[in-house]
Design a protein. Structure first.
Length: 365
């Protein structure tokens, strides 16, 4: 019984050893086969790291407003007799937009004018009598004072009547009427909104660090949601005070709006141009690989032992500013180096590569 058990153990050991030896022999042969097999070069798209004229900019978000915009209100109380405008109509400065009832005020003005005519005639008679030496100087002064008071009453009556008309203060587009004909309104009641839509302003904020770079007349670009166009403008004002709470500085710009695509109250994305800089090395942001060890690119260089073969070299770089899909390379690359812009996820350091037939935009083959 013991003899059979020993024989069984010996057989199991021989079989296990044979399997282990076979697996080791197989793995060795596969490794040798792969080692003798040449590594296939991977096709990649590349761009040249070139020195360019860099246009740095500041980005912000803001709000579009009309260059001139007011809520039109009445100065006096009364019944609306006439509404002389339609919604979204273009009006001119000085145009009458609304008229309140003014019968009582017109009557008062007529009485004041009659009194003025009487005082004018009385003053003329007193002046004639005084020239003959019949009237005293004191009586003439009293008559002249009465004439001046009558003149002031006429001016007051005309001013009261003018307050019962709503006049457009500037050229613009008027909004929806918020009162109806025949309604009673009190002072301060909003009648409509008037906006000058030909020129718009944009209000936005920038960090306090940007304050030294801002100046009046500086170019800015405005974009709004739902419109692919970029509207050009310039800075018209910079607040000289930094908000101590947010550490931001308020900035205002002016933008032409010839086709009235911009509307007051819209959300806007802005880009403010800074002075151009020469000799800046830039790359597309797609060429940069971010890792825990730092940012790097794959530079395509000739293999040291085989100049006819290209390989991807992992090069760590220091990055700077970003703008419009481009990124500044501060350190790590020299101008003229070819850098992989697509396909980096398949690469490793010193992997053989070939240039793809379809190069990335801006690449030099």
């Amino acid at each position: 019984m013991t003899k059979r058990f020993v024989i069984a153990i010996i057989l199991l050991v021989l079989i296990g050893g044979g399997l282990v030896g076979f697996n080791m022999f197989r793995d060795q042969m596969i490794e040798q086969f792969l080692a003798d097999r040449p590594v296939a070069a991977l096709p990649v798209e590349t761009v040249l790291a070139e020195e360019v004229t860099w246009q740095p900019s500041l980005s912000a978000i803001g709000t579009v407003n009309a260059a001139q915009g007011v809520e039109l209100t009445v100065e006096a109380a009364g019944i609306v007799r006439e509404i002389a405008f339609a919604a979204n109509a273009d009006v001119e400065a000085g145009q009458t937009l609304l008229q309140l009832d003014d019968e009582v005020q017109q009557a008062d003005l007529t009485a004041a004018r009659s009194q003025l005519n009487l005082e004018r005639a009385t003053l003329a008679r007193e002046q004639e009598l005084q020239s003959r030496g019949v009237a005293s100087e004191a009586r003439l002064d009293q008559t002249r004072a009465a004439f001046d008071a009558a003149t002031a009453q006429v001016a007051r009556g005309e001013a009261v009547i003018a307050q019962r008309r709503l006049i457009a203060p500037f050229n613009g587009t008027i909004g929806l009427p918020r009162v109806d004909q025949g309604a009673y309104v009190s002072p301060g009641t909003t009648v409509a909104t008037l906006q000058d839509l030909d020129t718009m302003r944009v209000d936005f904020n920038l960090p306090e660090q940007a304050l030294p770079s801002l100046f009046i007349g500086q170019r800015l670009h405005v974009r709004i949601d739902g419109d692919t166009r970029e509207f050009e403008g310039e800075i018209t004002g910079v607040d000289p005070r930094v908000d101590p709470g947010s550490r931001m500085v308020a900035v205002r710009g002016s933008v032409d709006n010839p086709d009235r695509a911009l509307t007051p109250g819209q959300f806007a994305r802005l880009r403010v141009d800074l002075p151009e800089e020469d000799g800046v090395i830039t790359l597309p942001q797609t060429a940069i690989t971010i890792s825990l060890y730092g940012d790097f690119v794959y530079a395509v260089r000739e293999r040291e032992d085989d100049p006819d073969t290209l390989e991807a070299r992992q090069v760590f770089v220091s990055l700077g500013r970003r703008d419009n899909g481009q990124i500044e390379v501060v350190e790590g690359l020299e101008a003229g180096e070819r850098v992989v812009s697509s396909g980096q996820n398949r690469l490793s350091n010193r992997a053989p590569v070939t240039l793809s037939d379809t190069q990335a935009p801006g690449a030099t083959r």
